[in-house]
Design a protein around this ligand. Structure first.
Ligand SMILES: Nc1nc2c(ncn2[C@@H]2O[C@H](COP(=O)(O)OP(=O)(O)OP(=O)(O)O)[C@@H](O)[C@H]2O)c(=O)[nH]1
Ligand SMILES: [Mg+2]
Length: 325
């Protein structure tokens, strides 16, 4: 594969080249990894930045429907929109991908849109790197907005918020009891809470739910990255396409204020450092998982059990063999 011509086609915004490059970064093959690294290095020179919007919410809250409506609105404004999905659950089959394709039917027909469903079956560490690299590819391909969708389960919100400029939490209209169902840690990550399905019979409940969450957000610790009034809760209807323009205006105003305050750059720098450290950790753990390392762990472990070696002496020996000087 000619990496530099693939790179040039991506820089021209060619979706087919972009799709091919994402397949490359998704590959676990060693020669593919090397090519992916070469490609990303080549593209990093473009220095293009998209607005990266992370979007999380429980299954069925309307993430895909929201992305379809919101994405179409952005396209109508002349913007180019990429959609990536992070699905850490290996239990979900190809069904979710099919579902997304049909749910984003209009968007998937637009030439200024690019939709990439998540590959199934992989652990979160691998998902994180692939998604980050896919984001970088979309940025190089001059997409104005990159939407990163994730189902709100376990660690996936953290992963997505650590690669986003703005993090949105989509919630369903609900009674007061369910408010407590949103974990504090997730609330603290949100830049905006969007209460979806504010239409028909659910409209009044959505308005109440929104007020409840707005109150809950005010009780959280003030974050240095937030201008007055943020984080914010709003109601939207993805189906009736209500509140989307207002939500977009708020997102842009937040992004602008963060650019002006210097927080935008500082946040991206901190994220880059975070992922660097995560990769080092992941690589060290991978070394522990090799057959030789497992054998040595078992061997040293047996000596620790009989008292021949102290735990710390054995650990020292183990580390010396993992990290030869
Ligand atoms: N009334 C109403 N229904 C909605 C709205 N948005 C989505 N829905 C419905 O909610 C259901 C789930 O929508 P999806 O967009 O698939 O939800 P999701 O969050 O992507 O779901 P997963 O991908 O399974 O996590 C569908 O039946 C939608 O039609 C809305 O604004 N109003
Ligand atoms: Mg979905």
């Amino acid at each position: 594969m000619d990496i530099s011509s693939l790179g040039d086609r991506i820089l021209k915004g060619e979706r087919r080249a972009l799709a091919r490059a994402i397949t490359l970064v998704e590959s676990g093959r060693e020669d593919h990894r090397a090519q992916a690294t070469e490609l990303l290095t080549h593209l990093a020179k473009s220095n293009r930045q998209s607005l990266r919007i992370g979007l999380s919410g429980t299954p069925g809250v309307g993430k895909s429907t929201f992305i379809e409506s919101f994405g179409m609105m952005l396209i109508e404004q002349g913007l180019r929109v990429a959609v990536l999905a992070v699905d850490p659950s290996s239990t979900r089959s190809g069904g979710s991908i099919l579902g997304d394709k049909t749910r984003m039917e209009r968007l998937s027909r637009e030439k200024n849109a690019f939709i990439r469903p998540s590959p199934s079956q992989s652990h979160l560490g691998g998902v994180a790197r692939r998604t980050r690299e896919a984001i970088a590819l979309c940025e190089a391909a001059a997409f104005d907005v990159v939407l990163i969708e994730t189902v709100g389960v376990g660690q996936s919100e953290t992963v997505v918020s650590e690669m986003s400029d703005l993090f949105l939490l989509l919630l369903a209209p609900a009674g007061g009891d369910e408010l407590q169902g949103v974990k504090r840690g997730i609330m603290e990550m949100a830049d905006m809470i969007l209460v979806n399905k504010a239409d028909g019979d659910l409209k009044a409940t959505a308005t109440r739910t929104c007020a409840d969450y707005a109150g809950a957000l005010r009780l959280l610790r003030k974050r240095p990255q937030d201008p007055e009034g943020f984080p914010k809760a709003m109601t939207v209807s993805a189906v009736e396409e209500h509140g989307l323009e207002k939500a977009w205006a708020e997102m842009q105003s937040l992004a602008q204020s963060r650019r002006e305050s210097g927080h935008w750059d500082a946040n991206r720098a901190a994220q880059a450092q975070y992922w660097f450290e995560q990769e080092v950790r992941a690589a060290l753990l991978a070394r522990l998982a090799t057959p030789q390392a497992r054998t040595e762990m078992a061997y040293l472990g047996a000596q620790v059990r009989t008292g021949e070696l102290s735990p710390s002496a054995a650990a020292k020996t183990m580390l010396a063999s993992l990290l030869p000087r």
